[in-house]
Design a protein around this ligand. Structure first.
Ligand SMILES: *[C@@H]1O[C@H](CO)[C@@H](O)[C@H](O)[C@H]1NC(C)=O
Ligand SMILES: *[C@@H]1O[C@H](CO)[C@@H](O)[C@H](O)[C@H]1NC(C)=O
Ligand SMILES: *[C@@H]1O[C@H](CO)[C@@H](O)[C@H](O)[C@H]1NC(C)=O
Ligand SMILES: *[C@@H]1O[C@H](CO)[C@@H](O)[C@H](O)[C@H]1NC(C)=O
Length: 287
């Protein structure tokens, strides 16, 4: 009898623990999917037993090259029911390109209940670099020439081009990119206020990245910094979008809800399997 009482108590205790943790939704990046994010899922369920972790299984691998607005729709359809069944809200962890998908999801779900929005090594201010990803796609192109492909209607049908940000082609970027300049408020549009309010609904915006990344270029893009036309870094606080608070970043910061975690020695593909990064920069925001 004692044993069954203890077993019953253990069950109640486990249920209470689980009830304390909000569901976690993970959005993958370019050329990956749930398989690559398995370690992260394990970290979460080990440190917070009973947490319902959903690594969204759409637009995996090569399909992650589909245009971002299309991906936003697909991810949104998978994520919305999870949000609806989570009365206390959810946490969203977005990896790499997934960070931009997450921005799009919040923009199109103004009634979302995302508590912590964790951006794990994401090109939030865009990408301008000769990385392996670029070489896969445009093997013979120098980064300075990529805009010829990306800033066209055809190019905008490829995810990478939706956030390709050539600092020497500012006007073309603003005129041709159908994704990033709208989300970051570099271009005005009718939904700008709604999108801003939607981002401000999050409880915490957590940015993680660092100089050893090797893919996100410049790495400061993970912290909303980017190149100027001389390829010098303009840090987040000196960017127009921060100063003018075009999409809510400054408000979040002044509210004390913008958290930044910089790690120097982590390769791009290692962020989600690094236990130190998990325990220091993610776990505290997953309660
Ligand atoms: C986890 O959440 C999903 C989506 O809300 C739900 O379908 C599933 O049943 C949940 N799993 C558990 C073990 O609670
Ligand atoms: C933008 O606004 C229009 C009309 O105001 C609305 O129909 C549309 O759904 C909005 N789009 C997004 C992504 O919020
Ligand atoms: C994990 O992160 C720590 C802290 O930044 C770093 O020292 C370590 O080298 C990383 N390990 C791997 C395998 O990336
Ligand atoms: C990152 O990758 C580079 C090249 O593959 C390698 O030389 C370096 O040791 C890696 N660093 C870490 C911390 O894993």
């Amino acid at each position: 009898a004692m044993r069954s009482v203890l077993a019953a108590l253990a069950l109640v205790w486990a249920a209470r623990l689980a009830a304390g943790y909000k569901p976690v939704i993970v959005v993958h990046g370019l050329f990956d999917g749930p398989k690559q994010l398995h370690a992260l899922q394990e970290f979460i369920t080990k440190s917070h037993p009973g947490t319902n972790v959903s690594v969204i299984d759409v637009y995996d691998d090569l399909f992650s090259l589909e245009p971002l607005w299309k991906q936003v729709e697909g991810f949104k359809n998978a994520i919305y029911p999870i949000m609806q069944s989570a009365s206390e809200g959810v946490h969203l962890i977005c990896y790499s390109q997934g960070g931009l998908v997450c921005r799009g999801i919040l923009a199109s779900l103004p009634e979302h209940n995302v508590h912590s929005l964790i951006m794990l090594s994401c090109p939030l201010a865009g990408q301008y670099g000769d990385t392996d990803y670029l070489k896969f796609f445009f093997p013979h192109l120098l980064k300075s020439k990529v805009y010829h492909m990306c800033y066209t209607r055809w190019g905008q049908r490829v995810s990478l081009c939706n956030y390709w940000n050539d600092p020497h082609q500012r006007e073309k970027y603003l005129a041709s990119s159908i994704f990033l300049p709208f989300l970051n408020g570099e271009r005005g549009h009718p939904n700008i206020t709604t999108w801003r309010e939607s981002l401000l609904r999050v409880n915490k915006l957590v940015l993680i990245g660092g100089p050893g990344d090797g893919v996100i270029t410049p790495w400061q893009s993970s912290f909303y910094g980017f190149y100027d036309k001389n390829e010098r870094i303009v840090r987040m606080k000196d960017q127009d979008w921060y100063v003018k608070d075009t999409f809510g970043l400054k408000t979040l910061d002044l509210r004390g809800d913008l958290k930044q975690h910089v790690y120097p020695g982590v390769n791009h593909t290692k962020w989600h399997s690094n236990y130190t990064v998990y325990t220091e920069a993610m776990e505290p925001w997953l309660t």
